[in-house]
Write a protein that binds this ligand. Sequence first.
Ligand SMILES: Cc1cc2nc3c(=O)[nH]c(=O)nc-3n(C[C@H](O)[C@H](O)[C@H](O)COP(=O)(O)OP(=O)(O)OC[C@H]3O[C@@H](n4cnc5c(N)ncnc54)[C@H](O)[C@@H]3O)c2cc1C
Length: 394
Amino acid sequence: MGDRARTAAVIGGGVAGAVAGAALAKAGIEAVVYEAYPGRPEGVGGTLSLAPNGVRALEVIGADEAVRAAGDPVDRMDMTVGNRRRFTIPALPDLGPLWSMHRTDLHRVLHERAEALGARFAYGRRLASVRERADGVTAVFADGTEAEADVLIGADGVHSAVRGLVDPANPGPAYTGMLGFESVAGYEPPVDPGVMTFAFGRRGYYLYWRLPEGGTRWGVNLPCKEPLTSQAVRERSSEDWIATMLEVYDTDEPGGALLRSTGPVQAHGALYLMPKVPTWHRGRLVLVGDSVHAPSNSSGQGASLAIESAIELARCLRDLPVAEALPAYERLRRSRVESVAAQAAKANAVKAPGALAQAVMPLVMPLFIRTVMRPERTLGPVQRHRIDWDAAVA
Ligand SMILES: Cc1cc2nc3c(=O)[nH]c(=O)nc-3n(C[C@H](O)[C@H](O)[C@H](O)COP(=O)(O)OP(=O)(O)OC[C@H]3O[C@@H](n4cnc5c(N)ncnc54)[C@H](O)[C@@H]3O)c2cc1C
């Protein structure tokens, strides 16, 4: 493995896979992205927000402007506790807003950009296994087809198949104890458009923001003992789920009003995070994005970190032989993604209702208050992160 990678098989065509394809192509490495779905993946659907660090990282592959054009700016983030207290989490000066967008629009922009840079996409190809040799790796797909590459990149999400191939002892994802739902309500709470509110209700967490075209988009993290798949969730009607959500949010303001004025809900299913993954790479196999660092959706950083990691991995493979590039990539990324995950874990602990949340809230509140008082210190290191693409990796 004293050789440099000339070809890469990227498994998974979500955020990390498409950005890895684009950045590898820019680095002069022939990249094919293999996606299990028959077309561009919609992933869990719905919307997501990209943080300033994620949008800035996209400058490297020239996708930042198209992503901004596909999204709506979030100028301010507020947090409410119960129905009483509202805090504004100040944005950092000169960094610009968060960008909220439909996941399908983000995928479209990233896939188009990757193709423009020379990456190729192959759909309907679900990785089943790999055969490894000293000088390369063969990806074997469920449809019986195979593909050769110098390096195989597992960008296959939180339920990654590649993670177990890298090391069977790697942990699987951890269920957060919550199901994700999202929809648009007719009710418009008295908050300006452009303000995203993270609401810690009496018995559960939700978030909402008014849409420029009218109405309010909301999402809930509904506590549930069972980690139901999105398919299992869809077996119950939307009305049924709204009735269940009302049991949790009815007395919250504006949670109850949003639910009572809402259309059909979109089910994301069980929400997962990745515990610390001991082995990021082995031989010619390496992990990127949620497959190795899903920090829970409380962080608002999952997609942005996936973008950063995909770009750093391509940079390492550009500059170093495979055997050195993969450890260098892990060195560049591990401490950053683990510190974001640790912060998100604290926020997660107070999202579920009950005695535990009551006990943890006093521990988390100081974190939020510190964020409000000293945003530069708490948010700066995460959001000001910059990748120097042109610098050679040592
Ligand atoms: C409800 C919800 C809300 C979220 N909100 C935000 C947010 O606001 N901001 C944010 O930054 N992050 C958010 N996240 C997290 C964010 O979605 C992820 O961090 C991000 O999608 C990770 O990208 P990825 O490419 O690593 O994985 P994914 O987007 O999951 O993509 C993995 C891809 O791999 C494919 N695949 C899987 N297995 C195989 C296989 N064997 N062979 C081939 N292909 C395969 C899948 O079909 C999929 O297309 C949210 C997550 C959820 C669930």
